[in-house]
Design a protein around this ligand. Structure first.
Ligand SMILES: *Cc1c(COP(=O)(O)O)cnc(C)c1O
Length: 390
């Protein structure tokens, strides 16, 4: 039998081996690793809420009011007031009939897609969809097809093909992210909605990287584009801009009812901590929609604009808080990330299998809480490297 080391060796040889880095400080724009401080440009905590005072206070209050653990799965005796309050707050915020929460975005996808689709159904995904969506689609047993990123002609083709193959009972589900997690660009949402309507398909939209930072009050990209009412299944997570963790699914009451009965990652998992649910509800009710949230969003978009302006065009105008700097070769991206780390900047190289082979990149992210001086400092170190790659 082959050893574990036998499996690891080819990863090391291909510059694809990964390991954990221990951070000694709370999530922030400055992180302590070992005895050094680093400027952090790698977090998804886009609004700086993960360590923000009102969010810490809400979490502590959640423990005092509702306890630390939920004791059981949601269907047994783990559905406590804060879980129901969170789902009501979320449905109101997203303007859907109902909402359901899961322990993570990953488990949201893993529960939802197999609950909705199975053998005889069709799932059609954008090629750059997050691993959770791809894994879930595979698990479902439905027939899978992938279209090249934002290639609407190919999507239309696949929708026609699926319709020709389906029976009256078949479901056809289109799956995409709204803001793509490794590229930061947007789905062609107008066209996707037009096509799914024209072909009688459903749309699942993962707003993980848009929730909290885009659209009115941070409701997401679909809301920004005035399309939220046309999205059948709206997915997202509290783990990025909301600064916490936990996944969500918003849609019709019947959809949520079906998931409560069929989503295995929901049914067979202990309900998330009631303190966490309380904190998430507070973020959705009070901190995202308020002047506080608006100020954080304004600071984030101002920082993104500063990065672009001050780079003299070397960094294109960002479409989201994610700024990819494509390098290409895995080893080259690793070298650049290591050089930046040496200079005091945490900007990870993202490689296969997270992105395609030969499309390795630096994935730079900004937060509302970065100061202009921190952005200046980044550019001073980064730009000489980028000029070399031009
Ligand atoms: C992060 C992410 C997820 C997973 O969410 P978690 O709450 O971190 O499990 C799902 N989809 C996309 C697009 C993501 O970026």
């Amino acid at each position: 039998m082959r050893s574990f080391e036998d499996d690891l060796a080819p990863l090391r040889a291909a510059d694809l081996h990964r390991s954990l880095r221990r951070i000694h400080s709370p999530q922030s724009t400055v992180l302590t690793v070992g005895d050094r401080e680093f400027l952090n440009f790698s977090s998804n905590d886009y609004l700086g809420l993960a360590s923000a005072e009102p969010v810490r206070a809400a979490y502590k209050q959640g423990i005092d009011l509702h306890g630390a653990g939920s004791g059981a799965s949601r269907l047994v005796c783990g559905t406590l007031d804060p879980h129901m309050n969170l789902e009501a707050a979320l449905a109101a915020f997203k303007k859907t009939e109902a909402a359901l929460t899961f322990s993570s975005g990953y488990t949201t996808a893993m529960g939802t897609i197999p609950a909705l689709c199975g053998p005889g159904d069709f799932v059609i995904l954008d090629k750059l969809s997050h691993a959770s969506l791809i894994d879930a689609a595979k698990l479902s047993g439905a027939t899978l097809r992938v279209f090249p990123h934002n290639n609407m002609e190919k999507l239309e083709h696949l929708l026609q093909w699926a319709r020709a193959k389906s029976t009256a009972a078949s479901r056809v589900l289109v799956v995409t992210e709204s803001v793509f997690s490794m590229d930061g660009d947007w789905a062609d949402l107008w066209e996707i909605v037009r096509l799914k309507e024209a072909h009688g398909a459903l749309l699942l939209l993962d707003e993980a990287h848009a929730f909290g930072i885009m659209g009115p009050q941070g409701r997401g990209l679909a809301s920004k584009l005035g399309l939220a009412g046309k999205i059948d299944i709206q997915m997202g997570t509290f783990s990025k801009a909301a600064g916490l963790s936990g996944g969500y699914l918003c849609g019709s009451r019947a959809l949520v009812d079906l998931l409560i009965n069929r989503a295995r990652s929901f049914i067979y998992s202990t309900a998330p901590s009631p303190a966490l649910a309380h904190a998430a509800a507070e973020v959705i009710l009070h901190w995202l929609p308020s002047a506080y949230g608006e100020d954080r969003r304004n600071r984030l978009w101002r920082n993104l604009d500063l990065l672009h302006q001050k780079s003299g065009g070397l960094i294109p105008e960002p479409a989201s808080a994610i700024v990819p700097i494509i390098i290409g070769a895995e080893a080259e991206a690793m070298k650049l990330s290591a050089a930046l780390l040496e200079a005091g900047f945490l900007i990870p190289a993202i490689r296969f299998p997270t992105v395609a082979k030969g499309r390795a990149r630096l994935r730079l992210t900004l937060s509302a809480t970065h100061s202009e001086a921190q952005i200046d400092s980044l550019l001073e170190t980064l730009l000489p490297f980028l000029e070399k790659y031009e």
